[in-house]
Design a binder for this molecule. Sequence first.
Ligand code: TEU
Ligand code: CA
Length: 574
Amino acid sequence: VTERKWWKDGVVYQIYPASFKDSNGDGIGDLNGIISQLDYIRSIGVNVIWICPMYDSPQVDMGYDVRDYEKVYEPYGTVEDMERLIAECHVRGMRIILDLVVNHTSDQHAWFRESRSSKTNPKRDWYIWRPARYDSNGNRKPPNNWLGNFGGSCWEWDETTQEYYLHLFCPEQPDLNWENPETRQAIYKSAMEFWLERGVDGFRVDTVNMYSKGEMMDAPVSDPESEWQFAGFQYCNGPQMTQYLNEMNEILEKYDAMTVGECPHTPDMARVLKYVSAKEKQLNMVFQFDVVDIGQGPYKFQTTPKNYTLPSFKRAIARTQDIIRDTDAWTTVFLENHDQSRSISRFASDAPEHRVASGKLLALMCCALSGTLFIYQGQELGMTNFPIEWDMSEYKDVDSSNYYAMVAQRSNNCSNALVSAKASLQHLARDHARVPLSWSTGPHNGFSPADSKAQPWMRPLDDAHVCNAKQQQTDKSSVLAFWKRMLQLRREYADLLVYGEFDDLHEEHEELFVFAKTWRGQKAVTVLNFTDREVEMKLPKEIAGAKRELLVSSVDDVMEGALGSYEGRIYLLS
Ligand code: TEU
Ligand code: CA
């Protein structure tokens, strides 16, 4: 069915530079910190690393606001450190991919500073400028009613030149004008070729489906209380996307570079398939939001914990798995990244007595699904969300603070509303993924050197005594040890586990996730118990009757006919 490629068998480990490892004691993770732990990363059994933006940036959105693509953010290191990191990956037989953030730049990028300097500047058209509209009372209004991804209008007024510019994220992240061919060439040269020439093996492509904005008409009213309306279906997947991606692909192909595109607001599976079909030459694979959006409210945060059912979770997974059924396309497997709270807290249980079992259950599930597997730093240890007791001041992300401010403003600081806003953030905020990695029980959880004066930029977790990398490396019953074992099995049974065809065998079961993987004559069945109770094992007749061999279980004491709480298993059928 599908051609084999290095990036298909690849297991990618995602690194958030600010929070991975601080080598020099300024409280901020850095490139030398990453280099110092490459052997640890390799020991997990992954063979690709993805580093979140390490470019020069004022850090309004943690580096997703790039000031200069050809420089490194000073606290992280230098371009020479990056060259060393690339080389150190390659000597270990690992690949390295970067985050390509080219839908927008920082408002401090030289291109934007020129663009905003006057209406006649040669770079004026490199960003998206529009005149104001005026209502019947003569009040100035933005060109349309689009709601930004971090709340508020997508348009910012510029006093000097008396026009609005578009920013789908923060006002400090103006959107580039991809319709201008000169802009595109500059992007390819500065953001892509500069790093491809230095040996990087590909890119995770940020908000890849937003380059072409279409007609920019008003969005339909979905929130009558607000002036700004959700417009994701309008500014995503616009008419020129195919052309732009084909263009980028020509450059990438020269370097045999891989791409994984981030694809928000795209429920249309036909469109997704077009992005990732090999013959279309657009992207190798995408991150869809089907799974990680599950249980979110209209404003993402307006929700209660576990506001979804297991069947809906399974359906979301099935949609992403089916991308490779009878196609030339490829898919991804992931439960976490820097934009998501921790998977144990969201999809299983972070109660102390269930944390380890939950971490192993989800590891087993991920390793049994087809596609390129992505693991986010700390996921290999079973790190969880920080607790509700932490003060609001521990949340550093603009997405979180904007949401909290919006609730405060809309409710007139009503304390009940604020308590429930904080509860949603405790469940879903991006901050949970961004705390320092728990390396040990030492000072700062081993994230910064023991004698460092500076405090880590985010508060380290309180539970390093029960969850840290140092201890788990020698503990055979740890979440980390289980991930290593599972990744080993995934390599051994790659046909079935990485490339096999997925079938949900019990779509409506509320407690068990039971799925088959098939490759030519071979078949494996995975059974996962998503409850904190023992559950009777229900296999479809034809499988219950067949001869089966237990390949792995996430617990030591395997029962007959039932699964323990949060237990997962894989059987090989013969
Ligand atoms: O995210 C794009 C995106 O659409 C979301 O997942 C976003 O994080 C969410 O709407 C916030 O609630 C990417 C990056 O992964 C993210 O970290 C950046 O903030 C964003 O682009 C802007 O570059
Ligand atoms: Ca540092």
